[in-house]
Design a protein around this ligand. Structure first.
Ligand code: ATP
Ligand code: MG
Length: 212
């Protein structure tokens, strides 16, 4: 049995063509089904639907053999026990620092001000500001980071940006680029050895289909 961990939404949608290239067709749509284990056209291949941030955990512990996770999620997780053979170039966006329109972020940094930064990504944020020598208090949130500067919880946020529409709608501006983000194929290291004959063709089919 081969188990592949995916999250609903953009990653599932953008993974479907890659799965099709490996001749793996889900039997159901996770948006309409309430099942968390989805069968496929192969009796020995199944998909498990988990939160995006939980994908590395399932693969690390071998509950799933393969998974697809954003680089943001993988950096926060740490990547222990995971083989990362392929950048899938899907769910692309940027990790940015954003601040309210009118807040002079550059000047605050220049003057050595201590900044409070709200984010779902405390490790990425701490590392970014430490490398720049900027002192920050990181405030961990689980979503809707854009709200934090508007109500005085934080001076700035570290968040994913694609079009910038959500920032704009909340009177925020991107002020610093941290990382380019895309989703990676992750493989359990033990499974790669023990189930090599089943896993290798999936990696190869994905690799041949990735858009560059
Ligand atoms: P939820 O939205 O259920 O709280 P989540 O934000 O972790 O969970 P998604 O929004 O599906 O889940 O994001 C999954 C992955 O897709 C992220 O880890 C990131 O790599 C990527 N991603 C997130 N937001 C965007 C975006 N606006 N554009 C492109 N890719 C994105
Ligand atoms: Mg989201």
């Amino acid at each position: 049995m081969l188990t592949i961990a995916l999250s609903k939404g953009r990653i599932f949608d953008e993974t479907l063509p890659l799965l099709a290239a490996a001749n793996i067709i889900p039997a159901e749509d996770p948006e309409s089904s309430r099942k968390l284990i989805l069968a496929t056209n192969h009796p020995d291949v199944r998909l498990v639907i988990v939160r995006a941030t939980d994908v590395p955990t399932y693969v690390q512990h071998g509950a799933a053999d393969l998974g697809i996770a954003g680089r943001d999620v993988l950096i926060e997780h740490g990547g222990a026990g995971l083989y990362q053979p392929l950048d899938l170039n899907i769910a692309c966006c940027k990790m940015m620092v954003a601040a309210p329109n009118g807040f002079d972020y550059a000047a605050a940094v220049q003057h050595g001000a201590r900044l409070s930064v709200a984010t779902k990504y405390p490790n990425i944020a701490r590392e970014h500001f430490a490398a720049k020598g900027v002192h920050v208090d990181v405030i961990k949130l689980y979503g809707s980071m854009e709200l934090a500067p508007l109500v005085g919880l934080a001076d700035a946020i570290v968040d994913l940006v694609s079009t910038g529409g959500t920032l704009k709608a909340n009177n925020l501006t991107p002020v610093e680029h941290i990382l380019d983000i895309s989703s990676q194929l992750i493989v359990n290291q033990a499974a790669l050895k023990l189930k090599h004959a089943a896993i290798r063709p999936v990696i190869d089919a994905f690799a041949a289909t990735v858009k560059r």
